[in-house]
Design a protein around this ligand. Sequence first.
Ligand SMILES: Cc1cc2nc3c(=O)[nH]c(=O)nc-3n(C[C@H](O)[C@H](O)[C@H](O)COP(=O)(O)O)c2cc1C
Length: 175
Amino acid sequence: MKQVIETHAKIDLTAIQKNFFKAINDDWMLITAGTPQKFNTMTASWGTLGILWNKPIAICFIRPHRYTFQFAEKSPYFSLCFFDERHRQILDYCGSYSGRDTDKVSATGLIPLQLNADCVAFEQAALIFECQKLYTDFIRQENFVVRELIKKIYPAEDFHRFFIGEITNCYIQKS
Ligand SMILES: Cc1cc2nc3c(=O)[nH]c(=O)nc-3n(C[C@H](O)[C@H](O)[C@H](O)COP(=O)(O)O)c2cc1C
C-alpha cells in the first residue's frame, strides 16, 4: 500500500478554501476506519468540523449496524476523504453496499493509502483529514430538546454513535 506522502501534500488547515456545508451535505465524504490490513469505508453526509478543547476537530456520526461502526469503535484513528464530482459513483456505491457483503475497494477501484499504521484513506481523494479519536458517545433519546427528531430520524431507535477526532493531519492531492 502506498504512503499518503507519495500522492498527497500536507497542508495547513487554515489554507483550505472549501465550503464544508456544501462538501458534506451535497458532495459527501468517506469515513474510513481500521488498519491497512483490515479496514472499512462508508459514505456519510452528516458531520461537523470545528474547534473543541483548543484543537481542530471533526465529528462523524455512524449508526450501530454499519459495518464501519465496529472498525470506528476499535481504531484509534479514522479518516475523512472528500472527492471531486467525477468520483460520485464511488460515493454512491460505498453508501449503498455494506463491506460485510462486498469488497468496496475492488468494486469501486478505490486505491487505499496508508496515513499511519492505524489509518487508511484513498488515492482518489482530493482532500483527506486524518483524525485521532478523542471522544465517543451515542446520541441519547432522553437528551433531545426537539422530540420530533426522534420519530423522524430514528424510527428504528438506531441512534448514531458520534466520534470526535482531532484533525492531526490534512492532505491535498498533488496535481
Ligand atoms: C449520501 C449518503 C450519506 C450517508 N450518511 C451516513 C451517515 O452520516 N451516517 C451513517 O451511519 N450512515 C450514512 N449513510 C449510510 C451508509 O453509507 C451505508 O449504510 C453504507 O452502506 C454502510 O456501509 P458499511 O456497512 O460497509 O459500513 C449514508 C449513505 C448515503 C448514500
